[in-house]
Design a protein. Structure first.
Length: 358
């Protein structure tokens, strides 16, 4: 058995209770690796566990965090080729062996491991994970972009999940892509849809975020505080008519993870539209599902992203087609409780990445 590494992680013990630092020994088993965490992004899902009581599959106490990048510092048998490599750990790690995985549906693998949900996550100095599915990071290309390995943590969810959504929806250069909620995941949804050639329309309630995304992919930005659903749909229709864009088959990405955002996204359905649900909320919304039938529209859920799609999503970042640097900011992991509160209170304009002091 591989020798363990002295490590520490921040544990959630109960809803809304301060996380506490715990020492542990990171020891890889067969087919596993120990990754020294470079950075771990704070996601809306983490806030759901911590503030809203969304149940984790692993009982508390549990280290949260599923947007993780780092370097492999120890391996178990069969994973030796990964030693020393810079990697992104997929937010959802399917087993690769079950019937659903073999049929090309790894997202619904019932043996999947999600850090910070099924197993201890990345708000830690080190994490033990299966080697299967790790995404290597070309550090030479990374350096050319002026990005750090810690910055790459957000690729593990905030970039790859909307990448899968854009791919599944069939977005092309002829598409109109409407993104509802452009903080975090939504900002990258807009940039990815733009990279696929779509004309992007962004909707949010934050004027500062709308200005930022207007500089990085959105051709039209609309503040939902200033428009009801009829006005939003009319503004989008006017924009499409003026620019020779289709009034049907819009692709709508709901990324806000709020009841209001989901209601808005559903209200924007048009003939042949595709609604991609990317954000998550525990709140209930009242919808007339018959609209899907009447518009011959479809709705797609998006849980994580298969590991085999990670390299292509990462290429968009390393090729400069996605701006990462202007949408992330690093904070010491030791300040996790303060940072969680700042994110929860909407005091941070960028996605927080927690960086451990090794």
């Amino acid at each position: 058995m591989a020798q363990g590494i002295a490590a520490h992680r921040w544990m959630m013990t109960a809803v809304k209770q301060p996380m506490v630092c715990e020492a542990f020994e990171a020891t890889p088993g067969q087919g596993e690796v120990v990754v020294a965490v470079a950075g771990c992004g704070v996601c809306h899902t983490d806030l759901g566990y911590f503030y809203d009581g969304v149940r984790t599959n692993h009982p508390l106490a549990l280290a949260l965090g599923h947007e993780i990048s780092g370097r492999v510092v120890a391996t178990g048998a069969g994973a030796e080729s990964w030693i020393g490599r810079a990697v992104i750990i997929p937010a959802v790690l399917p087993c690769g062996e079950c019937d659903t995985c073999k049929r090309g549906r790894p997202n619904i693998c019932r043996k999947q491991k999600m850090p910070g949900n099924d197993i201890h996550g990345g708000f830690a100095s080190h994490i033990v994970v299966p080697a299967r599915g790790l995404c290597p990071v070309d550090e030479a290309r990374l350096a050319k972009r002026g990005l750090s390995l810690a910055d790459m943590s957000v690729v593990a969810d905030a970039v790859t999940t909307p990448y899968q959504a854009v791919l599944r929806a069939g977005v092309t250069r002829d598409s109109v892509a409407i993104v509802v909620g452009i903080g975090g995941v939504g900002g990258y949804s807009a940039q990815i849809a733009k990279a696929f050639g779509a004309t992007v329309i962004a909707i949010d309630v934050d004027a500062v975020k709308l200005v930022a995304i207007g500089q990085h992919g959105a051709s039209l930005t609309l503040n939902a505080r200033e428009h009801d659903i009829k006005s939003l749909k009319a503004k989008i229709g006017e924009f499409c008519k003026a620019n020779g864009l289709p009034l049907t088959e819009w692709t709508i990405f709901e990324c806000s993870g709020t009841a209001a955002g989901q209601t808005t996204a559903f209200g924007l359905l048009t003939y042949g539209a595709t609604l991609c649900v990317v954000g998550f909320t525990m709140d209930r919304v009242e919808l007339r599902l018959s609209n899907l039938m009447a518009f011959d529209a479809r709705a797609l859920g998006n849980w994580g992203c298969p590991p085999d799609l990670y390299p292509a999503a990462l290429d968009l970042v390393l090729d400069g087609k996605i701006n990462l640097a202007d949408f992330v900011e690093q904070h010491p992991l030791d300040e996790i409780n303060s940072v969680f509160e700042q994110v929860h209170s909407h005091k941070l304009a960028r996605r927080a990445v927690l960086v451990p002091q090794q």
